[in-house]
Design a binder for this molecule. Sequence first.
Ligand code: PHE
Ligand code: CO
Length: 291
Amino acid sequence: MSDFEHVFEKPPEGAAADWTIPQNWAAYTEVEHQTWDTLYARQMKILPGRACDAFMRGLDALDLNAGGIPDFDVINPKLQALTGWTVVCVPGLVPDEVFFDHLANRRFVSGQFIRKPDQLDYLQEPDIFHDVFGHVPMLTDPDFAAYMEAYGKGGQRAAGLGMLQNLARLYWYTVEFGLMKEADGLRIYGAGIVSSATESVFALDDPSPNRLGFDLERVMRTLYRIDDFQQVYFVIDSLEALKDETLKDFGPVYAALKGKDDLAIETVLPTDQVFTRGTQAYAQRGGRFAA
Ligand code: PHE
Ligand code: CO
């Protein structure tokens, strides 16, 4: 799920100079299409009332439930008409600068493969279900669409300043694991949550994790874990607020970060806006590795 580690140094054979590969939609097997349908149906039992409005609207707008793995040639014209974004396939994780360049040009990179039927619940590398079901609906929202493009440009800048580690935390705690306040309560917008049957419930209902108000500098100081449910989720006021907060110049924020230590995941600061103070019981009993 982290888009910040990479496997190859240069585009592997069959990939273009920008690292994209054809989706080759016609080559997906019946079993692979069924895996998509199974995962989709499972999430639709869980997400109404949990995922934010923008996400649910995006699913409809792109008709991602048409049956089987979406064909990018079909969904891209719709997505492009809405916000100018498109989805392209890449052969796994790509170098940071390649990833940022695609985002800066409103192209979201997706894995081409889908998980095997015996890996429905956990896999390490993002597959097309995580990337397309999880990420693409949010790209139909104009504010989120602008945020993601800005993130690509901000990534290029942060790389030059040696601040990528900090910026990656912003991605993690928003794009992947973000929560948002809506009129009826907290809702999910992070792709890592909405694409996971178990974390969709855990992130909102479990007493274990902290749920804290989003604060840009605070988020960029906070460590995260990639191997289990999060121990802290940050809550934004709205997608517009997220965009406004991040369109400002990060220069002063980066300068302020230089003198400050990273924060452990379970930290709650006196200055935090606390929605839920977690028990951390899940993590303390060993998380998904508990006996
Ligand atoms: N505003 C940030 C900067 O000045 C760029 C950015 C925008 C980063 C949106 C992330 C998300 O560097
Ligand atoms: Co992701």
